[in-house]
Design a protein around this ligand. Structure first.
Ligand code: SAM
Length: 262
């Protein structure tokens, strides 16, 4: 595992480590009205993942994210015995099962796909799993010590609003971790929109950092997770709509996943 490649510590003007600005006066939940285009986009996303959840594709996808999940958990599960965790885009619930096993006593998840929510409720039966979307999280202000999101936020029609919501439901001094394979610097993933059949947010790492800063996060770390097995994986490449050339697959593997910790 190659961890921390290109580690960069962004802006920490006067914040304490992992510190952030939050509006502590407000404790009521707000409903954020989706625009017609956001709503149409979310319908496409949930229809796709409803389909995946109805086949073995969802579990295969979750297993394919094992390295990301385990790497993240190793980093966040120190002193987690009294901590609550929310996973955004929880899919099958696999990460919530691992988080509970690692010691998080209170686990929660949200997903736009009704079928994924049903699967997650069976897989992670002790977790509070809700159907909904990131732009309007159905929890009160400062509900969680830790929020995570693995391979989900680029599907979001309004990432800036999602970050405002993350900032709202995160406790003061809490931590948010975002992990994504799809970002502008990872040129090998450029065809993913074609594979999915709709556009997804192709932002650069600096654009994600800027969104986090606008939502009030002060100390933001940018990291990468690169699969140590990429030579073997490269040998398995076959042309597909996702990776039309061996070069695109190689580029995807060597860039790895972008990990923002704030
Ligand atoms: C690629 S899957 C990843 C699932 C899981 N995190 C994993 O690693 O196996 C993305 C998930 O995020 C959900 N999702 C995408 N956009 C969402 C949004 N705006 N609000 C809620 N869920 C969303 C999808 O329904 C899907 O289950």
């Amino acid at each position: 595992m190659q961890l921390g490649r290109g580690n960069v510590l962004y802006s920490a003007k006067k914040g304490f480590l992992w510190g952030r600005i939050t509006e502590i006066e407000s404790i009521t939940m707000r409903i954020y009205p989706l625009t017609a285009s956001s709503s149409a986009h979310l319908q496409k996303v949930s229809a796709l993942f409803d389909q995946w959840a109805s086949s073995d594709r969802a579990h295969k996808m979750a297993d394919g994210h094992s390295l990301l999940m385990e790497t993240l958990l190793t980093d966040i599960s120190i002193d987690c015995a009294a901590k609550s965790i929310l996973d955004l885009g929880c899919g099958t619930g696999k990460f919530l099962v691992l988080a509970a096993a690692a010691g998080f006593p209170k686990t929660a998840g949200i997903d736009a796909s009704v079928q994924m929510v049903r699967t997650a409720q069976q897989t992670a039966s002790s977790a509070d799993i809700r159907n909904g979307h990131f732009e309007s999280l159905p929890w009160a202000d400062q509900s969680f010590d830790q929020i995570t999101s693995i391979e989900a936020l680029y599907y979001c029609p309004d990432p800036a609003q999602a970050f405002r919501e993350i900032s709202r439901v995160l406790k003061l001094g809490g931590r948010f971790d975002l992990i994504i394979d799809f970002y502008a610097e990872s040129q090998g993933t450029a065809s993913w929109s074609q594979g999915l059949g709709f556009e997804i947010a192709r932002l650069s790492t600096l654009e994600w950092v800027a969104i986090a800063q606008s939502a009030g996060f002060q100390t933001i770390q940018s990291r990468r997770i690169v699969n140590p097995d990429r030579e073997n994986r490269l040998r398995e490449w076959a042309p597909s709509v996702w990776y039309p050339t061996a070069k695109s697959y190689e580029n995807y593997l060597s860039n790895g996943a972008f990990w923002l910790a704030a």
